[in-house]
Design a protein around this ligand. Structure first.
Ligand code: NAP
Ligand code: F7E
Length: 324
């Protein structure tokens, strides 16, 4: 009998890569989708006939309970979140409700329906925020710097708590930034690669951006979803940092993206206060050695390859869209 996996956030970047990965492993894949007035299945359209979508919302526990009761999955991947850090300052309560309390709703629904279900929580390097140690590892104390980061700390600890209170197979992946051509346009990598491609094609002539000094440990989302799956294949649940171990500034990102299309980023980039944050996370760099040793996981795609892949994909999309 095929294994059944249930993914919340299946319409998001990671959800789409994870669904593809699980299909390739022979799973029956189910995904939670919330009601929207226009359909937003762009990232999963190519696999839509191979997966089953269930209507529900992280704010509505009844819908989660019903989904779990109907599907009876062996594995649940909780990827749903209000995931954009900047928005978490303008919608702090909503962010807490979805990204923090939503985790409890789901864990408790699992506990009621079938406590043997294996659970993955999408924790984040944003929990390290104002970093207390470099590089950051599983034992580094948290110091979140945004309502999003605070919500993720809650989600992380409630996952640990359900594991310890109810002996559930609940694991938390502390993933550092991971990107792809399917990344939302508001995140800095995709914003930069999309603009570099647009400028190259003559569709715009400027990029407005915030803090150029922030440093991030950026990897490829396609590599990172494999680590999620590996965590749920272990005999015992645990927490793992998933990262590349290398860090780059936003300025370096600009250099690589614009040089991919033979342009100098300095000629097109304007710093704009609107993209500065009330509290910044200056430096993130993870130590993925535990994931390497215990899961046998390591990333395949380098930062340069990632940025070039994203610029190439944006060029292709834009050419097709504008019939160039
Ligand atoms: P994403 O592209 O923003 O996707 C978020 C998903 O959550 C979307 O499918 C979204 O649905 C869904 N969602 C939001 N609110 C919901 C609600 N109330 N009910 C049901 N679904 C809801 O995020 P991602 O980059 O794939 O990240 C996946 C997870 O990993 C998130 O939890 C994120 O916080 C976490 N994370 C991401 C990174 C990263 O660098 N990408 C790093 C660490 C942790 P709609 O399509 O309807 O909006
Ligand atoms: O910002 C700086 C910004 O929005 C990265 C989410 O997936 O990863 C992501 O959170 C950095 C920050 O991602 C702009 O100030 C400069 O220092 O791409 P970002 P993030 O905030 O790191 C973590 C791990 C998650 O868990 C989150 O869900 O880039 N930056 N100028 C800018 N950022 C944006 N968005 N736009 C700018 O114009």
């Amino acid at each position: 009998m095929k294994k059944r996996a249930f993914i919340t956030g299946i319409t998001g970047q990671d959800g789409s890569y994870l669904a593809e990965f699980l299909l390739s492993r022979g799973y029956d894949v189910f995904g939670l989708v919330r009601r929207t007035s226009t359909v937003n299945f762009e990232r999963i359209r190519h696999i839509q006939d191979q997966i089953t979508l269930i209507s529900g919302d992280m704010l509505d526990q009844t819908s989660m309970f019903r989904a779990l009761y109907d599907i009876r999955p062996q594995e649940v991947y909780n990827l749903a979140a209000q995931s954009f850090v900047q928005t978490s300052w303008t919608q702090p309560v909503f962010t807490g409700d979805v990204t923090a309390i939503g985790v409890t709703r789901l864990l408790d629904a699992i506990r009621s329906v079938d406590p043997t279900i294996r659970f993955y929580q999408a924790s984040s390097s944003e929990m390290f925020g104002k970093v207390q140690e470099v590089p950051q590892r599983e034992t580094t104390p948290f110091y979140p710097r945004s309502p999003y980061g605070v919500a993720k700390v809650y989600g992380h600890w409630i996952t640990v708590n359900y594991r310890e209170s109810y002996n559930m197979h609940a694991s938390s992946g502390i993933l550092f930034n991971h990107e792809s051509p399917r990344r939302g346009l508001e995140f800095v990598t995709r914003k930069v690669t999309h603009h570099a491609a647009k400028i190259k094609l003559g569709l715009t002539n400027e990029l407005r951006i915030g803090n150029l000094d922030a440093q991030r440990d950026w990897g490829f989302a396609g590599d990172y979803v494999k680590a999620m799956w590996l965590m749920l294949q272990q005999d015992t649940p645990d927490d793992f940092v998933v990262a590349t171990g290398k860090t780059y500034s936003v300025e370096k990102l600009l250099q690589i993206a614009f040089s991919t299309v033979d342009l100098d980023w300095k000629n097109y980039t304007i710093q704009d206060e609107r993209y500065m944050r009330p509290a910044e996370v200056d430096l993130l760099v993870g130590d993925p050695s535990k994931a390497g040793t215990k899961l046998g996981w390591e990333p395949d795609v380098s930062f340069e390859q990632l940025v070039q892949m994203m610029v190439e994909a944006d060029l292709q999309h834009l050419k097709a869209e504008h019939k160039l």
